[in-house]
Design a protein around this ligand. Structure first.
Ligand SMILES: Nc1ncnc2c1ncn2[C@@H]1O[C@H](COP(=O)(O)OP(=O)(O)O)[C@@H](O)[C@H]1O
Ligand SMILES: [Mg+2]
Length: 332
């Protein structure tokens, strides 16, 4: 590190205002409509789609400059237990907001990670302090929030971000940082992040520290993933081509490039069995392949040497496929 401040782009480019967020029109409109006298809120939806960003934007709208003093941010999963949460909320909700607002704000992230009992206690806190505090609960899965909390909150849903919105935002950030992105890089960011804008921005920042010209290769490298084209080639060598060359290449990926062995299995699953597969394997082989893939997956998770597992898996798949080709089963 050069001693300079490492600013995280996810924070640097977190929109401060609801109107500056991408997509999420329905959620933003719902929140706008309730401001300033908001009820308790439950924001839910997939990770990296703007829930925390929206909660903090609401805080800014309510309290202006003094939003930090008037907002208590808690995370349900990393607190030292419920008693500590209760005490902090009690302490916080006791003093009145500065700047004339009628209540203070408690933002409780990952509320769906709380047990049912803890959620009951949270519900009581919401009631006890409703005179002086509003709660914004954030969750990935609304179904994991107990009904009595849901019924006390205005429930606001955040949708998965569409690809155009993610790509537009990433392009904007890249331009602001003087980083060039080719279309393969945008594709890789979308694929590797699964629509989670936080992951995508983090990957973009990591890749741009390798090179200001960001490509699909640097994205996968920054994320510790092998690119699909590399995995496809290795897999093909191992099960159809030059086995020894496949072994050497796989060893290099796992040992030297720290590719996650489970990513290799995930990719093999996709490349052999999905409807996009170019192998067009006969249907009767598929259950056996799934069984082989899942057993190796399981053994790797249980701590077996992953390279040995992957090599054993490849040779089984190889003989399965070659005996089926040699045998009388028609492939179409
Ligand atoms: N709708 C959005 N508009 C603009 N940026 C977003 C949006 N959603 C996520 N981001 C970016 O991703 C980061 C993580 O978003 P956050 O709101 O914390 O996600 P979560 O839904 O997991 O709470 C933010 O700092 C911001 O940079
Ligand atoms: Mg969040």
């Amino acid at each position: 590190m050069d001693g300079g401040e490492e600013v995280l782009w996810v924070e640097k480019y977190r929109p401060g205002r609801l109107e500056d967020m991408v997509d999420q029109e329905a959620a933003r409109e719902a929140l706008e409509g309730m401001l300033p006298n908001i009820p308790h809120l439950l924001l839910h939806g997939p990770p990296g789609t703007g829930k925390t960003t929206a909660a903090l934007a609401v805080a800014r709208r309510l309290f202006g400059e003094s939003w930090r003093e008037n907002t208590l941010e808690l995370n349900a999963s990393d607190e030292r237990g419920l008693a500590a949460v209760r005490e902090r909320v009690r302490e916080f909700a006791r003093s009145l907001p500065s700047g004339g607002a009628p209540f203070r704000l408690v933002v409780m992230d990952e509320a769906d990670n709380m047990t049912g009992d803890a959620q009951q206690a949270l519900r009581r806190m919401m009631e006890v302090h409703s005179g002086t505090a509003r709660f914004i609960l954030i969750a990935n899965y609304v179904s994991r929030i107990i009904e009595p909390i849901q019924s006390r909150c205005a429930v606001v849903r955040f949708s998965p971000l569409p690809r155009e919105a993610v790509e537009a935002r990433l392009s904007q950030i890249a331009a602001a940082e003087g980083v060039s992105l080719d279309s393969g890089a945008l594709e890789a960011l979308w694929e590797a992040s699964g629509g989670d804008l936080r992951r995508a921005i983090n990957a973009l920042q990591a890749a741009s520290s390798i090179s200001k010209k960001v490509t699909a290769e640097t994205i996968y490298k920054a994320m510790g993933k092998a690119s699909p084209s590399v995995l496809r080639a290795v897999l093909h060598e191992l099960i159809m081509g030059d086995f020894n060359r496949g072994v050497a290449e796989l060893r290099r990926l796992i040992k030297d490039e720290s590719v996650d062995p489970l990513d290799v299995i995930g990719f093999a699953h996709y490349d052999l069995l999905s409807s996009y597969s170019s192998y067009k394997l006969p249907e009767h082989l598929k259950p056996q392949l799934i069984y082989l893939l899942s057993s190796s997956h399981y053994r790797i998770i249980r701590g077996s040497d992953s390279l040995i597992q992957l090599l054993g898996l490849s040779s089984k798949i190889r003989s399965l496929i070659s005996s089926s080709v040699a045998g009388s089963e028609p492939s179409v």
